[in-house]
Design a protein around this ligand. Structure first.
Ligand code: ADP
Ligand code: MG
Length: 401
């Protein structure tokens, strides 16, 4: 599978200042990085650039502040990166501006400067040209390694990429290659496992896969939109009118497709979303009044596991139930174990799916664990990612300065 964008491996970086867009949008807990997966994922690009004599200016967003917010400073992330690299990471007081410029100008080969949370600047999400120019002024080159943010046309992902020679980082390139291979050239049968909370964010991907996958196995709360569309009682389960309409449309399309759209045949229900709640296994899918469907049942889970076991390729996005609570973790665990054990090529996307694999100790048993939730789905749908599109084409290296 060819990747058409210029790679950081071919960038002339020695003696240069390189602005690197990373995805350090990590969960924080009491002011500490609670999960460093995304920080680790950026290390190969950071190390490559340092070995080749570049000075690095790192920029990322963290959560969704509406302006400067000390609770969402990059400080804990800079501290964690320092530990991982075993060398200093300076933290800039802002994203752009005179002080930041002075710090950038003082950098020497191998030095690292982390800019403050890019969302402290309102121009970030607005893809503001002035902010993009301020960022571009800090560096000679731009490298994008933030696959998880590549579906957003923001100043740090898209705007600035048009103002500097712009290259793909190692992680971004690998993500695009792995996901594109599953989308365009999967070993058959292609088994797509979809779960999670809402059907709305995943409509595009379901519609696309109806045309290309051999089977789509549905779990998570989204199955209730399908049941509701079929006139089956869903009790208090998550589903609304709009997603029911969407599900009805998908069911109609599935009729005429050669893809098998598979729904649960049994469920685990609870009185409420709580680990200590009253729990029942339903041998069927009709949810009684006063109950909420919170996991696929054991028969469904083992059916899904059987399909995963004989697949050529498995793409999984979204947990099968409210796996964070032990009484409702069984379906996700069974599917995760099947994904870990199958000889198929396995690709998993989505923050919560990754967290589930992690919780079961299976994260290193899949072929590719994507760091991008929304970005991986948009790529799978066949949509162009603005952060990737804005990079230089591989055959045009050197033509932009
Ligand atoms: P991902 O991050 O992997 O893309 P989503 O964000 O779409 O996944 O959904 C993950 C969330 O969905 C989890 O927090 C999980 O608890 C929740 N979930 C899954 N099944 C159900 C259900 N039946 N009822 C309520 N929440 C559910
Ligand atoms: Mg999620």
């Amino acid at each position: 599978m060819s990747f058409a964008k210029a790679s950081v491996r071919d960038a002339p970086v020695a003696g240069s200042r390189v602005l690197v867009r990373v995805d350090f949008n990590v969960p924080l807990d009491a002011g500490e990085v609670a999960d460093e997966t995304r920080v680790r994922a950026a290390l190969p690009t950071i190390e490559l650039l340092r070995e080749r004599g570049a000075a690095l200016i790192l920029v990322s967003h963290l959560d969704r502040p509406k302006g400067p917010d000390p609770a969402l400073s990059m400080a804990p992330v800079a501290a964690r990166l320092e530990e991982l690299l075993g060398s200093g990471v300076a933290l800039a007081p802002a994203v752009v501006g005179t002080e930041v410029m002075e710090l950038a100008e003082g950098l020497e080969a191998g030095d690292l400067l982390m800019l403050e949370n890019s969302r402290f600047e309102p121009g970030e999400t607005a893809n503001d040209a002035t902010l993009a120019r301020g960022l571009a002024a800090l560096a000679d080159l731009y490298v994008d390694d933030a696959f998880g943010a590549a579906h957003r046309a923001h100043a740090t992902t898209e705007g600035v990429a048009h103002l500097l020679p712009a290259y793909a980082g190692l992680l971004l390139e690998r993500e695009v290659r792995e996901l594109t291979a599953v989308r365009d050239d999967p070993a058959r049968p292609l088994c797509v496992v979809l779960g999670g909370a809402k059907v709305s964010g995943k409509v595009g991907v379901i519609e696309r896969f109806l045309g290309t996958a051999d089977e789509i196995l549905i779990g998570g709360a989204m199955c209730f939109s399908f049941f509701s569309a079929q006139g089956i009682a869903v009790g208090d389960s998550l589903s609304d009118e709009k997603s029911t309409e969407v599900a009805a449309r998908i069911l109609e399309r599935a009729e005429g497709s050669s893809c098998d759209l598979v729904l649960p045949v049994d469920l685990v229900v609870g009185r409420e979303l709580d680990a200590g709640t009253e729990v029942r296994e339903l041998d069927g899918v009709e949810v009684p009044e006063g109950w909420t469907g919170l996991d696929i049942g054991p028969r469904t889970a083992s059916r899904y596991a059987d399909r995963v076991a004989v697949a050529g390729t498995v793409f999984w996005n979204g947990p099968m139930g409210a796996f964070e609570l032990e009484p409702f973790a069984g379906g996700t665990r069974t599917v995760a174990e099947a994904v870990a054990a199958t000889p198929a090529t396995t690709v998993v996307g989505g923050g919560d799916s990754a967290a589930a694999l992690d919780a079961f100790g299976l994260a290193d048993r899949v072929d590719w664990l994507s760091t991008g939730g929304g970005a991986s789905l948009e790529l799978m749908e066949g949509r162009k990612l603005p952060g990737v599109e804005a990079l230089m084409d591989a055959d045009r290296i050197g033509s932009r300065s």
